[in-house]
Design a protein around this ligand. Structure first.
Ligand SMILES: [Mn+2]
Length: 363
């Protein structure tokens, strides 16, 4: 998937919408600093291209695009077209009869019947959703896309880091300043990690401003709220980082790596950060942040693996019966899942972790 293919696929999707520019279109996107700029780029370029009935929303805490509660909410908006962005790809229908385009870069489970999947998965280097959205924007509103190219740079910084091998990142840093882009990325990523997990304010900011400098300019209600969110997450992470790592060598032969779990207990989504923080200490092992306090009744975990390990394959091969469709999603070296407590406990035993990873049911 390259720029040209993405643009062509996007235009094809738009061109067959029966109501054309009048189509009521809704964008449902991930709440991180990849999904946010992707959603903002799509909305702003579609508006510029004359599609005036376009709305955008970020997913809430625990939400994905395949939950009945989410479908109900989306249905009330009565969209005639849906863009599902940075939220993975699964074979199940989202809204029956509604033209659907998925824009994504995660390892797909399948494509909903009748939907179009625009994915960079399988292409190296793998473009982020924000970069795919920029390529789509360039195809329908090149002037707006040129002005907002920095949003794709933010998505690259957020998902792939400072060394992401895409010209759009180098270009973005040159035009808009590496520090401003980094600061903004970190602020945009904060709200979805808080206990409330609502990133609406981050999207509002991206819909309002035209440059990173403007986004960081005071006074700003959105910015104040992002700063508060960042402080909440930092405090939760500081506590989580005190938890010790627990080891299992049970799958060493199959995986070529040991499994390390760090158990934490916080309503904040810091388990992926905990895994990332411990990774350099154990570069040859798979490290999981295991959060028993994120969602009542559930254990959420996020793993980071060395290049030699395909964590998606491993987790999909060991998916417990009864797990939901998110288990083993993500990327080959960054995957995880969520399990009800009883299922987690048997999964943790199978992984070879000891009693420290067994979770009691809270009364
Ligand atoms: Mn992403």
């Amino acid at each position: 998937m390259d720029r040209e293919q993405a643009g062509t696929l996007f235009k094809q999707f738009l061109n067959v919408l029966p109501l054309g520019l009048a189509t009521r279109m809704h964008i449902f996107t991930d709440a991180d600093a990849d999904g946010l700029p992707a959603g903002a780029l799509l909305l702003r370029s579609l508006h510029a291209a004359g599609y005036l009935n376009v709305t955008v929303e970020t997913r809430g805490k625990f939400e994905n695009a395949w939950m009945p509660t989410v479908h109900e909410r989306l249905r009330r908006l009565a969209p005639e077209a849906l863009l599902i962005v940075d939220l993975g790809a699964r074979p199940d229908t989202i809204l029956p009869g509604v033209a659907t385009l998925l824009i994504d870069h995660h390892a797909p489970f399948g494509t909903p019947p009748g939907a179009t999947l625009l994915t960079s998965y399988g292409t190296e280097p793998t473009a982020t959703s924000g970069l795919l959205a920029l390529w789509c924007a360039q195809a329908v509103a090149p002037a707006v896309a040129a002005d907002l190219e920095w949003m794709a740079a933010i998505s690259l910084l957020s998902d792939l880091g400072d060394k992401a091998p895409f010209a759009e990142l180098a270009e973005g840093k040159k035009r808009f300043g590496a520090t401003a882009l980094k600061d903004l990325t970190s602020l945009l990523n904060a709200p979805r990690r808080t206990a409330a997990g609502d990133a609406t304010v981050a999207m509002d900011l991206l819909l309002r401003v035209d440059t990173p400098k403007q986004a960081l300019a005071e006074p700003s209600a959105e910015l104040a709220s992002l700063r508060t969110a960042k402080a909440e997450v930092a405090a939760a992470l500081a506590i989580a980082c005190k938890s010790p790592p627990r080891f299992s060598s049970r799958w060493r032969e199959e995986l070529g790596a040991d499994l390390i779990a760090v158990r934490i207990d916080t309503p904040c989504q810091v388990h992926p950060l905990v895994a990332q923080i411990w990774r350099p200490r154990f570069p040859k092992a798979v490290v999981f942040g295991v959060n028993v306090g994120f969602r009542p009744g559930y254990v959420h975990f996020a793993g980071r693996a060395p290049k030699s390990v395909n964590l998606v394959h491993f987790l999909r091969a060991h998916t417990p019966a009864g797990a939901d469709g998110t288990f083993g999603g993500g990327h080959d070296q960054a995957s995880g899942g969520a399990l009800p407590i009883a299922l987690w406990n048997s999964f943790a035993l199978e992984m070879g972790w000891g009693p420290e990873l067994q979770v009691g049911v809270k009364a």
